[in-house]
Design a protein around this ligand. Structure first.
Ligand SMILES: *Cc1c(COP(=O)(O)O)cnc(C)c1O
Length: 358
């Protein structure tokens, strides 16, 4: 019998969530499958999301794997190329590159004339920094970059893009949207601005390509709206079982550091899931957890391989009881909030030792 932890990936949930995005916008959908498809498996996610108009990720090896798996849509490299040696595969595999910095244009200029990218083979997305100050050209510099790319013999199609820092916050996107639109106004090229949050909340930002990630995996980007309200279904369910039960007396402590001390006699379930599986060690006692379909809470400190579930209100629960850490029946957003992190981080944190079940 294998250790009972597993992550079940629900492919029809991924398909459903893509449909939710479709219904929300007429724009083309660039599905974000970076970070191994937000922990769901890159090729697995791409397969379930194969009706997407494009895919976006980071590493050139992943992009090549995706092409070799016969995905013919545009593949966008979200950080573009990293060095001159990337340019040959970028062209050979017909990868679209974000251009976010002047050094990348210089690298394109310096590339040997007789090598790829020689003649109009490279599609680029010019990234404009609209206030996040992570990647992209400030609007004042972006005009020059645009001219350089328009004149560049290697470049075929140019798309203008930006990324919002606060689309999931209450302050909205008015300022960066206006900044980007002002810059883009003179150019008749495709535009892309929206992540999941902007796709769901700001139709005025949709442009020609939207770039959903999180919502496709079934989590809500918003603190005030849950995934179900948005029609989204969790694509990942991390589950395990109770492998031991401890009967505590008043005053007994549990776990490293004795962070939890029982005030009265109670039962505690030992769950086969710990931080070496990707469950956050910093999730405090009180983090919600589902045992046999009932919501209860964790207790004490998460160990490498185990954590503690409060069974005081679940007299039927015992060794073998089914536990959901997040996913079906236990929204990942709730766990993330309790643990002081984001659904994104929980999804990506799953470790290799957790078996994936489809
Ligand atoms: C990761 C990423 C996205 C997707 O963001 P979500 O919040 O997961 O929808 C979109 N655009 C860029 C540039 C990204 O890096």
């Amino acid at each position: 019998m294998p250790r009972p932890i597993q992550a079940r990936i629900n492919l029809s949930a991924l398909e459903n969530n893509l449909q939710v995005a479709r219904r929300a916008t007429p724009a083309r959908i660039m599905s974000i499958i970076k970070a191994d498809g937000y922990g769901h498996g890159m090729l697995r996610a791409a397969g379930a999301l194969s009706a997407s108009d494009g895919f976006a990720l980071l590493g050139i090896q992943d992009a090549m794997r995706l092409r070799e798996a016969c995905f013919r849509q545009p593949i966008l490299m979200l950080e573009g190329f990293f060095g001159a040696e990337d340019l040959a595969p970028v062209c050979e595999y017909n990868l679209t590159c974000v251009i976010h910095s002047a050094w990348q244009i210089a690298l394109l200029d310096a590339y040997p004339k007789n090598g790829a990218p020689s003649s109009g083979k490279l599609d680029v997305w010019l990234k404009v920094n609209s206030g996040m100050n992570r990647l992209g050209f400030a609007p004042q510099q972006a005009a020059q970059a645009m001219e350089q790319l328009r004149r560049h013999r290697a470049v075929r199609e140019i798309t203008l893009m930006t990324h919002f820092a606060n689309a999931d916050e209450t302050c909205g996107i008015a300022e960066p949207l206006a900044l980007f639109n002002d810059f883009a106004a003179p150019y008749r090229v495709p535009r892309s601005l929206a992540n999941s949050a902007a796709l769901l909340r700001y139709p005025e930002s949709h442009g020609d390509w939207v770039r959903p990630g999180l919502m496709l995996y079934g989590a809500s980007p918003f603190a005030d709206t849950d995934a179900q309200q948005l029609g989204l279904r969790p694509a990942m369910t991390l589950s395990s079982r109770i492998i031991a039960v401890q009967d505590l007396r008043a005053g007994d402590e549990i776990g490293y550091g004795g962070l939890f001390r029982a005030e009265h006699a109670m039962r505690v379930g030992i769950v086969a899931c710990g931080y070496a599986d990707g469950y956050p060690r910093h999730a405090p006692g009180g983090t919600p957890i589902l045992v046999d379909g009932q919501t209860t809470q964790t207790l004490g400190r998460v160990s490498m391989d185990m954590l503690y579930a409060d069974l005081s209100k679940l007299p039927q629960a015992d060794v073998g009881s089914h536990v959901v850490l997040w996913g079906d029946g236990m929204p990942i957003e709730k766990v993330a909030r309790a643990a002081g992190t984001a659904s994104y981080e929980l999804m990506c944190a799953l470790t290799d030792r957790v078996p994936i079940v489809v």
